[in-house]
Design a binder for this molecule. Sequence first.
Ligand SMILES: [Zn+2]
Length: 561
Amino acid sequence: MRTSLLVALLGLAHCFASAQKTIKPYPDELLVTPEKSNFEKTTTHGELLQFLDRLAARSPYLHRIVLGKSHMGKEIPLVILANPKITSAAEAKASGKPVVYVQGNIHAGEVEGKEIIQQLLRSILLGPDAHLLDNQILVFVPMYNTDGNDKMAKGLRPTQENSPLETGERENGQGLDLNRDGIKTEAPETRALMDVILNGWDPQMMVDLHTTNGSWHGYSLTWAPGYLSAGEAGPYHYVNDKVLPSITQNLDRNLGLKLGPFGDFTTREGWPPKRFFTYNHHPRYLINQMGLRNRMSILSEAFAHERFYQRMHSTYAFVHEILSWCNQHAKEVWQINAAADKAAMESVLQGAGKTKKGVRFKMVAQAKPLAPFRSYEFQAFTTANGNTQWNRTGRIVNYDSVPYYADFKDTLAVTLPRGYVIPAAFAAVAQQVKQLGGRVDTLRKATVFVGEEFRVEQYTKAKRAFEGHNMASAEGVYAPREYKAAAGDFLVDLAQPLANLLFYALEPQSDDGLLVWNFYDGFFADKDLTKGPQAFPVFRYFSEKNNLNLQHGKSKKQSKQ
Ligand SMILES: [Zn+2]
């Protein structure tokens, strides 16, 4: 017994010794703030800049630029890791390697992403993870919401167990939630993200790092893909059916970490949970918008009720696995997205005027329930007036089969147009299409289009404001007609890679389009719809009438392909 124990111990000691030999210790000035403070503190803006300076001084593979300035004028650092080093999006494209983008701190109270990105940078540039640059280019924004970050206070994240002791604020300096801004792009942070990253570096995969708001499921981290609504199915199925299940399995096997899909339940429906449901499909959320852009994306939500060091650990492990996956499957990721680009354009070229496509969606249960579903157990008590009250216990249980609401089924579909004519007077709409990354042409002479007019019978605005908006919706009927567009009007030919996103943004009945975000309030302000329907100003065309005098360059060429 003793001898074998001794041999085992010696073997173990040998293991540690050889592991230590291969990993060079980091200098202590490369500790991140939580590591230096027994996980009581989180990194400030100034500390992050200092950390990045120190890394840059030690590695030839780091390039740093400024993503943009926040509403309050605070610089948002962006770090590019590549071997060999590159300094521009054009070089990234020419390299043939996909770009993977990881973003931390969009909600500045959810601080794990910001911390673990620094740890990952350290490990890739100076530690054992140099291989993660073999087949991919990594773009990191550790602190997306720089305005919110330094407004440190206690109690801003009541579900986070006072760990760290203080955190930043959820919103940016305008009081906006940066993860509801993807369509209206009112924050300078969002516009910078669109210009520099989404439409510049064009990442094939985006990872957005959050922490949950309080549901007591039993997972250390929950995830979600960009949900499938009017987008292409390829990237969604790859992430949802392949990448995420595989990573979940690996982390359970290798680290004993339990990960699961993102969601909430309510004890109002009794216990065990009747269903677990996710958030919705709207492209105002950046992760969902990536789906409409034919790109892959993953939402990461650390479990708020674990301690800070545990949340950092699970987030680090998860992102590390995603980067490993993309590094190993770089070509596959790229090809699936390229096929989605092609499919989006092809469906317009082939299906305009024929195919129907969803513009409003509802959440429905997936075909397969969650089995098992892992959760803290709740116990029933009866109040004096006979009501049932559910109290959480500390016991984690697995349930056999809980329906998972994370599919989206259309409740309204409209005929896919070839494109839209935006009258010159609606330049703000055309500008927003460009801001999202769409191509907009200007008509050089009057042109007749054949398509459908949307006749608005009802225009409603929400009584309660959300993100500073009384959100709007329109009901009405579609009527076939010819439409004479004038020289100077804007034309959005949907036969372009962002077809699905532009369709979603421009359709008047879309549940997260420009109409919802009040882009047409001015138009409807003086219209009395009780006297009769009103033609919606943006015309949806199926074709140009005689196909002779279309003067908008590229679109003409593409329509002949
Ligand atoms: Zn969040």
